[in-house]
Write a protein that binds this ligand. Structure first.
Ligand SMILES: Nc1nc2c(ncn2[C@@H]2O[C@H](COP(=O)(O)OP(=O)(O)OP(=O)(O)O)[C@@H](O)[C@H]2O)c(=O)[nH]1
Ligand SMILES: [Mg+2]
Length: 377
């Protein structure tokens, strides 16, 4: 069998029939043999009966959710090529030929784009059209460089091989993002096809903020660089700047005077920033041990040069400088008969070094534990 058209369906009795009729036309006009698989997980209306009457194969999935439905449908599909799309009649399955042609020409994943195609009036709420979808597309391309203009478009084609290579996990709507991220990661050949988006009948299953957040958090899970490393580095640098600039005395800039309060802030920020940064390193090392290819230069450099002993050495030096410095201050205090002491700036600086040093020591151990699996030690 050449093509399986897979449709997830949850209470779409008004439209499932029309989708199946259009899908049959689509197969015919593309000149391919195929089947239509409808994945239900608990429709309480006539969707399943309607689908069966029109000759579609209905499969059931116990776990609710858009992603769960597709995983089941793809696993059950017999076709070499898979076409996926909603059963709410928002996509015209009679026009799937460009998707099949692109797959035949060697594409692994073909994603429809409504933004470069046509969106009929009433098909997409302005919040999704002008904010949600472009924002998620922008983030996806910033994080993963996929070049996809409409990552939430539900009409797509892929090969069964590509599906197996992607190892998709998501149960909900974020399945759509996962597919593109994993395809990009596996270096699959991705192509876009402009399509028309039609207004929906029946009730939408999309919950704007709930599902938007699921897409967003999924992207963050897979991008420790943007989630941890860059914010961590920025916060650390701001913190270190205040710590160093105020150490010798009040720091003046543009008529403003920055003193001890900002140094306390600097100390807190440098600790916070380095903590976020090390969590980023943990995440990267974890991804590395899980078999993900390491591509960014910073992490490649880190992995090449990291060793437990180097981490301990660096942490130990920071710790000792801070400790000795603070001991000097203590001795000064004792020598002044425990009198008043004006050493807040150096004491705070030294204390920050102690904290950073200890953090480096324990982080190095934790990174080493993560890397054990790779036989690094
Ligand atoms: N089997 C199954 N199908 C689902 C589930 N949730 C959504 N669907 C189907 O997945 C498709 C996508 O859901 P929609 O509600 O159309 O979401 P959307 O396309 O992002 O939003 P609209 O633009 O409002 O249509 C539809 O065909 C739904 O019937 C589910 O939990 N199980
Ligand atoms: Mg829909």
């Amino acid at each position: 069998m050449e093509v399986s058209i897979v449709m997830p369906c949850l209470n779409e009795e008004a439209t499932i029939g029309s989708c199946i009729i259009k899908a049959k036309k689509g197969l015919q006009s593309a000149g391919v043999s195929g089947e239509i698989v409808v994945v239900d997980n608990g429709s309480t209306d006539r969707s399943v009966d309607n689908a069966r009457q029109l000759g579609a194969r209905v499969v059931f999935e116990a776990n609710k959710g858009y992603g769960n439905a597709y995983k089941k449908g793809f696993a059950e599909a017999h076709g070499q090529f898979l076409i996926m799309g909603d059963s709410d009649d928002t996509y015209d399955f009679s026009e799937i030929r460009p998707f099949i042609d692109a797959l035949k020409k060697g594409a692994d994943l073909v994603v429809g784009t409504r933004l470069k195609g046509k969106i009929l009036p009433g098909a997409m709420p302005p919040l999704h059209r002008y904010f949600g979808t472009p924002f998620l597309a922008w983030l996806l391309n910033l994080f993963f460089k996929t070049g996809i203009s409409d990552p939430n478009c539900g009409l797509r084609g892929l090969t069964k091989d590509a599906f197996l290579k992607m190892h998709l996990q998501s149960g909900g709507m974020e399945f759509a993002s996962e597919m593109i991220i994993n395809a990009a990661r596996e270096k699959l050949k991705i192509k876009e096809v402009p399509i028309t988006y039609y207004p929906r009948q029946g009730e939408s299953k999309l919950r704007t903020f709930h599902d938007g957040w699921r897409h967003l958090r999924f992207m963050l899970f897979y991008s420790p660089t943007y989630l941890f490393l860059l914010p961590g580095a920025l916060i650390s640098l701001i913190g270190l700047f205040f710590l160093v600039a105020i150490l010798p005395g009040t720091f003046s800039f543009g008529g403003l005077k920055f003193d001890i309060h900002y140094m306390v802030l600097g100390s807190a920020l440098s600790t916070l920033g380095s903590q976020i940064l090390t969590i980023g390193l943990f995440a990267k090392c974890y991804a590395y041990t899980e078999g993900y290819e390491v591509e960014d230069r910073f992490i490649k450099f880190f992995l090449k040069h990291f060793s437990l002993e180097r981490g301990l050495y660096l942490g130990g030096i920071l710790f000792l400088i801070g400790l000795i410095w603070n001991i000097f201050i203590l001795v000064k205090w004792i020598n002044s008969d425990f009198g008043a002491l004006a050493e807040i700036r150096p004491a705070l600086f030294a204390l920050s070094l102690v904290v950073l040093g200890v953090q480096a020591i324990f982080s190095s151990f934790f990174i080493s534990i993560l890397l054990l699996k790779k036989g690094r030690f």
